[in-house]
Design a protein around this ligand. Structure first.
Ligand code: ADP
Ligand code: MG
Length: 727
C-alpha cells in the first residue's frame, strides 16, 4: 500500500490552472469594494457609509436597505444563490451558516430578497458555539452584526457561489463571543491614545489604526500519504515518525527553486486570493523540506486578520484540488522546523504615515522615540499577555524548543537603535536641550535599513526598520487575538507616555520634557531588551536573573488573561470585560485538554493497530529464522559462527525489548487517561503537560526506533522521507 502510494505520487499529474495575464485586471473582483459601492449606490448613501467608517456615525435603516439591495444584485449577477454572515468564533477559525436569497412570495413562487436588517444583523443557531460560561442556556443566542470595515466577498466553489458578510458575533447582552470584536475595540484604543500623543506633538490625524502583515508558513504533502496517516488527518501533526536521514541539515530548501507542482499550487492560491482582494506578494520555500510561505502586503489590522483567515481557507481548499494537503499546524513534523506566522505590526494615521517610521527632523525623531519607548514599556509590562496570546497546544511544540522564538518575550532593536537608546540613557545626567538632542545625533537618526535591523531571527519581538515583528504567533492561529493584545498594551503605554510628557512639560521646555520621559523609560524597560541569541541557554539563565516570565506550558501562560493587571488593562480600554477574559481562559484551557486527549487516543490506536503489528511480524521473522538456524545446528550438525548466532539472538532480544517499551508506555498512557478522566480544567491540563506529553514522547521514541529497524515491507505508515520529499 505504502509503496504503491509512493509510486502513485511520483506519477501524479497536476491540474492545469487558468493563468490570467494581469493580476491588476481581476484583483478584488470577488469583493463588494468601496469602488463598487460608489458606482452602485446613490451618492448620498455612499457618503453616509463613508462617514460611518470615519466617524462612527451610523447609517439609517433606509440606507442599509439600499446597500443590501446593491450587494444582493451584485452577488446575484456574479452567480451567488446564498449569503452568510461570516464570523470568527472562539474556537476554530470561521463559522458560516448559509441562507438562500429566495423567499416565497406566493404559492410555488419565490423571489430573491435581501434587506438591510438581514445585512446588519443575523441570528445563527448559536447554542453550540463556546461562550465559556457567558450565556446561560435560556438565552443561548448569539447575534452576528455586520462589520462594514471589512468588505463582503464571494466564495466560489464548483457547486455555487456564496456572498459572505464579515460580522462580529455577540451575545444578547453585547459580550464578545468572537475574536473580531475585541480587535475592533482595541483599534479604537489605539486611535484614541495615538491621537492624544499626536495632539501633544502638534500633529493632526482623523484616525490612527494598527497595521498588520502576517507572513504565513505552511507545509504541503501529497494527499495519498495524508490519508494513510490518521494522526495527521485527525490532529494535524504526525504523532510518530522516525526522522528522515536527510532533513533540513543541508539548508538547501530555504528560498530554493520551487517544484513545478508546488508552484502550480502557489499560482492557483495567489490568483484566488487576488480575486478576493488579498494582496499576496511573496511566495517561497521555507527552511524545512515541504515547508513554504506566503506573505501579503500589510493592511489595516482588521482587514489583514480577515484576509489571513481567508487565505488559510483558500490554501486548504486549493490544496485538495491539487491532490495535496496544506498543513497549517505549528509542528506537523518533529525534528524539522515548525510553522509560525510572523506578525508584522505598526500603526498608521489616515494619511498613511507610519508611526514607527524614524523621521528626518529632530522633532519627528522625538515623536518616533516617544512611540518606540511606549512599545518597549508595553512589552515590558505585559510580556505575559503577549505570551498568553500565542498559547495553544500546537504552539507549545515551537515556543521554547530550539527553533522558534522562545517562550521568553524580549525585544530586539538592532545595533544602531540600541546604541542610540544607550546614549540617551547614559546622557541622562545632563539636562536635555535642543543642542543636546543634536549632540546625541538625533538629527541623523537614520532610516533603519532592513539589513541593519533584521539580523536577529531568534527574537520573538523584533524591530525591523519601521515596524515590529512578533514572531511567536502560531501558523494556525487567528491573528486577531495577538494583534488585539499588542494594540491594547501599546495604547495603554502611549497614554502613559502622553501623561508623563504633560507632567514634565510643566517644568521644562517641550523637547527636554520628551527626552526626559524617553530616557526614563529606556532605563525602566531595559530588562526587556535583548540583542543576542534567544535560543541559547545563556539567555535563559540571564532572563531568569532579570525576572522575565518564561512559561513553557501553554495553559500556565493562559493564566495571564485572569490576572488583576490584565483585568484592569482590558476593562480600562473597554476591549474585554472581566467576564469576557475569564470566558476566553476557560475556552482555551478546555480546547487544550480536548486536543491533547484526541492526540493521545489517536496515538494509542495508531500504535496498537499499525506500529505493533509491523513489530510483531518482524519479531516473528527473526524468531523463526533463529529457530530454524538452531534446528539446523542441532539436527543437521550445521556449523555456524558462534558470534553471528549470538548477534542474531541479541537482535531478536532487542526487538522484543523495543516492542515491550512501546507496550509498557502505551499501557501507562491508557491508565493515565483513565485516572485523569474526572479531573477538569487547568488541573487536567497540567497532568497532560507534565505526565501525558512525556509518555507520548516515550511511545514515540520507541515506535520510531522500531520504524527504523523493522522490515520496510511491513511498515504500513508513510515515512517522513516520503511525506517530506516525494511530491
Ligand atoms: P521578511 O520579514 O520576510 O524579511 P519584510 O520585512 O519585507 O519581509 O515584510 C514582512 C511583512 O511585513 C510583509 O507582509 C509586509 O507587508 C509587512 N509590513 C511592512 N510594513 C509594515 C507596516 N508598517 N505595518 C505592518 N506590516 C508591515
Ligand atoms: Mg519576517
Amino acid at each position: 500500500m505504502r509503496k504503491k502510494a509512493v509510486i502513485a505520487v511520483e506519477a501524479v499529474t497536476y491540474p492545469k490552472i487558468e493563468c490570467p495575464s494581469k493580476t491588476s485586471e481581476f484583483f478584488g473582483e470577488n469583493t463588494f469594494s468601496l469602488k463598487l459601492m460608489e458606482q452602485m449606490l446613490p451618492s448620498k448613501t455612499f457618503k453616509a457609509f463613508k462617514n460611518w467608517m470615519s466617524t462612527g456615525h451610523m447609517i439609517t435603516e433606509e440606507q442599509a436597505d439600499e446597500i443590501a439591495a446593491a450587494m444582493k444584485s451584485w452577488a446575484i449577477s456574479k452567480g451567488a444563490s446564498h449569503y452568510t454572515h461570516w464570523f470568527q468564533p472562539l474556537t476554530g477559525l470561521t463559522a458560516e451558516k448559509h441562507d438562500a436569497f429566495i423567499d416565497p412570495v406566493a404559492p410555488g413562487v419565490v423571489m430573491e430578497k435581501f434587506s438591510g436588517s438581514k445585512l446588519i444583523q443575523g441570528e445563527p443557531d448559536a447554542s453550540s458555539f463556546p461562550s465559556g460560561g457567558i450565556r446561560s442556556t435560556f438565552e443561548a443566542r448569539g447575534y452576528t452584526a455586520w462589520d462594514p470595515s471589512s468588505p463582503a466577498f464571494l466564495i466560489e466553489t464548483e457547486l455555487g457561489k456564496t456572498l459572505c458578510i464579515p460580522t462580529i458575533f455577540v451575545s444578547y447582552h453585547g459580550e464578545a463571543l468572537d475574536k473580531k470584536l475585541p480587535l475592533l475595540r482595541s483599534d479604537e484604543a489605539i486611535d484614541k491614545a495615538a491621537r492624544r500623543l499626536f495632539a501633544i506633538f502638534g500633529k493632526n490625524a482623523k484616525k490612527v489604526y494598527s497595521t498588520c502583515g502576517a507572513e504565513q508558513e505552511y507545509f504541503l504533502i501529497d494527499e495519498k500519504f495524508y490519508k494513510m496517516r490518521q494522526d495527521i488527518m485527525l490532529t494535524g501533526r504526525s504523532l510518530i515518525g522516525a526522522p528522515s536521514p536527510k532533513g533540513q541539515q543541508l539548508e538547501d530548501q530555504y528560498f530554493g527553486s520551487i517544484k513545478d507542482r508546488v508552484l502550480n499550487y502557489m499560482v492557483d492560491v495567489g490568483n484566488q486570493a487576488a480575486k478576493l482582494g488579498i494582496p499576496v506578494k511573496t511566495r517561497h520555500n521555507e527552511v524545512a523540506p515541504a515547508q513554504y510561505e506566503f506573505a501579503p502586503v500589510f493592511e489595516e489590522s482588521n482587514l489583514a486578520a480577515d484576509h489571513n483567515i481567508l487565505l488559510m481557507d483558500i490554501m486548504k481548499k486549493t490544496a485538495s484540488k491539487h491532490g495535496l494537503v496544506c498543513l497549517l499546524h505549528e509542528k506537523p513534523f518533529a525534528g524539522v522546523n515548525g510553522s509560525g506566522k510572523h506578525l508584522n505590526w505598526s500603526m498608521s494615521d489616515d494619511s498613511g504615515s507610519n508611526l514607527l517610521e524614524p523621521g528626518k527632523t529632530p522633532h519627528e525623531n522625538l515623536f518616533f522615540l516617544a512611540v518606540l519607548v511606549a512599545v518597549l514599556r508595553a512589552v515590558y509590562r505585559h510580556a505575559d499577555l503577549l505570551r498568553a496570546s500565542v498559547a495553544k497546544a500546537g504552539n507549545e511544540h515551537r515556543l521554547g524548543a530550539n527553533e522558534a522564538p522562545p517562550a521568553i518575550v524580549s525585544v530586539f532593536l538592532g545595533d544602531t537603535l540600541s546604541e542610540i537608546l544607550d546614549h540617551i540613557e547614559t546622557g541622562k545626567k545632563k539636562t536635555f536641550s535642543t543642542t543636546d538632542i543634536l549632540d546625541l545625533g538625533l538629527t541623523r537618526l537614520p532610516k533603519f535599513s532592513k539589513d541593519a535591523t533584521d539580523r536577529n531571527r531568534t527574537s520573538p519581538f523584533a524591530f525591523t526598520g519601521n515596524k515590529f515583528e512578533f514572531r511567536a504567533v502560531g501558523s494556525s492561529q487567528n491573528v486577531s487575538t495577538p494583534i488585539m493584545v499588542v494594540n491594547t498594551i501599546v495604547a495603554e503605554s502611549m497614554d502613559y507616555v502622553a501623561e508623563q510628557i504633560e507632567k514634565a512639560k510643566a517644568s521644562a521646555d517641550f523637547d527636554t520634557a520628551v527626552m526626559k520621559v524617553v530616557a526614563d523609560l529606556i532605563k525602566e524597560t531595559k530588562n526587556i531588551r535583548f540583542e543576542g541569541d534567544n535560543y541559547s541557554q545563556a539567555w535563559r539563565d540571564e532572563a531568569a536573573k532579570r525576572g522575565l516570565p518564561s512559561e513553557a506550558s501553554a495553559v500556565k501562560a493562559l493564566a495571564a488573561w485572569k490576572t488583576p493587571k490584565a483585568v484592569e488593562l482590558f476593562t480600562k480600554y473597554k476591549v474585554l470585560s472581566e467576564e469576557e477574559l475569564h470566558s476566553r481562559y476557560h475556552i482555551w484551557v478546555e480546547n487544550y485538554n480536548t486536543l491533547l486527549a484526541i492526540e493521545a487516543n489517536t496515538l494509542y490506536e495508531l500504535v496498537d493497530a499499525d506500529v505493533l503489528p509491523a513489530g510483531y511480524k518482524y519479531e516473528k521473522l527473526l524468531a523463526k529464522n533463529l529457530y530454524l538456524l538452531c534446528e539446523l545446528q542441532k539436527s543437521a550438525g550445521l556449523k555456524l559462527n558462534d558470534e553471528a548466532m549470538e548477534n542474531h539472538k541479541e537482535h531478536l532480544s532487542d526487538i522484543v525489548t523495543k516492542i515491550w517499551y512501546v507496550r509498557k508506555h502505551l499501557m501507562a498512557m491508557k491508565a493515565l487517561l483513565k485516572s485523569s478522566a474526572h479531573v477538569e480544567g487547568a488541573e487536567k491540563s497540567m497532568i497532560y503537560f507534565n505526565e501525558l506529553k512525556p509518555l507520548m514522547a516515550h511511545i514515540r521514541k520507541h515506535s520510531d526506533e522500531l520504524e527504523q529497524v523493522v522490515s520496510d515491507q511491513e511498515w504500513v505508515l508513510p515515512k517522513y522521507r516520503e511525506m517530506l520529499f516525494v511530491c
